[in-house]
Design a protein around this ligand. Structure first.
Ligand code: ZN
Length: 290
């Protein structure tokens, strides 16, 4: 049995952690820069980020490797550091989580468009995902989470790449941030059917816009694939600017109320927070759910 299954057998709902990018920006990461580089340059900050979520009650840590493909890292001049950055990211989370918590190796979009819209071929994308997943697996993660994707074709390439690199369980969530669909126009029903058909262990939604929009998306997934194991990791609402700062206005209390609704109405088995969520949000929802 995988560690993921063992943990799921013990608890009806597992608590995932909250945001990484917006949290690291609060301690000096420049907006627009991939937070992944800090696994090598500022590991203390990444360790503190993980520790904050474990102390808040998270069962699951995501590695700080959301932008860890060679395409996304290449934008920051780190395209030749895929192995080091992902291995370090996995080890940082693994060390602090020990065996008492799960570590998900986090894979986000390449940021490059796949053919026919862009220049990257399906095979090239799959190879980039395989390269990242191989390093995450070598660093000791328990599962691979493919998240915030908008393009079903890229999601397929990611699943194929991860399978090529390792035998770990795979989770896949997409972001429904454009009038109830992904940026590429994919409806939640379609996303659920397509990903479930790929044999992914858990599917769901993350990031997005408001909590209620993400709840609607997950309810549509439930309707489309009644047997699916679902998860959600929504943003703490939409940000607005106050001076230089981006402020997310969903309070920990509201996040906790929604956590209960995601579980009761959509039957999600894993719940956490995306952009704008903090250890206070995770603490509130962990308290509500346990
Ligand atoms: Zn997000």
């Amino acid at each position: 049995m995988s560690q993921l299954k063992a943990f799921m057998a013990q608890k009806p709902v597992l608590i995932a952690d909250g945001a990484a990018g917006t949290m690291l920006q609060k301690v000096g990461l420049k907006p627009g820069r991939a937070p992944d580089g800090w696994n090598l340059e500022n590991p203390e900050a990444v360790r503190a980020l993980h520790k904050g979520y474990l102390d808040a009650g998270a069962d699951i840590l995501y590695t700080n490797t959301f932008g860890g493909t060679r395409y996304r890292l290449g934008r920051d001049g780190l395209g030749d550091k895929v192995k080091e950055i992902n291995l370090a990211g996995a080890r940082l989370a693994r060390d602090i989580a020990s065996d008492a918590h799960l570590v998900f190796g986090d894979i986000g979009p390449t940021g490059a468009m796949l053919e026919p819209l862009g220049a990257v071929t399906f095979e090239e994308a799959a190879a980039a995902f395989a390269e990242q997943a191989g390093a995450l697996a070598a660093g000791g993660v328990d599962a691979i989470i493919i998240e915030t994707l908008s393009d079903l074709n890229e999601a397929r390439a990611a699943v194929e790449g991860v399978r090529f690199a390792c035998n770990l369980p795979i989770l896949a969530t997409m972001s429904f941030d454009t009038k109830g669909r992904t940026m590429f126009g994919v409806k939640p029903e379609k996303a659920a059917q397509a990903r479930w058909a790929l044999g992914v262990d858990i599917i769901g939604a993350n990031c997005g816009r408001t909590l209620s929009e993400t709840l609607t998306a997950v309810l549509k997934m439930r309707e489309a694939v009644p047997d699916a194991v679902l998860m959600a990791k929504p943003n703490a609402g939409l940000p607005h600017t106050e001076g230089e700062a981006l402020v997310y206005d969903v309070t920990p209390e509201v996040m906790a109320e929604f956590a209960l609704r995601f579980v009761a109405e959509a039957g999600v088995k894993i719940f956490g927070g995306c952009c704008g969520s903090t250890p206070a949000h995770i603490k509130a929802l962990a308290t509500a759910l346990t």
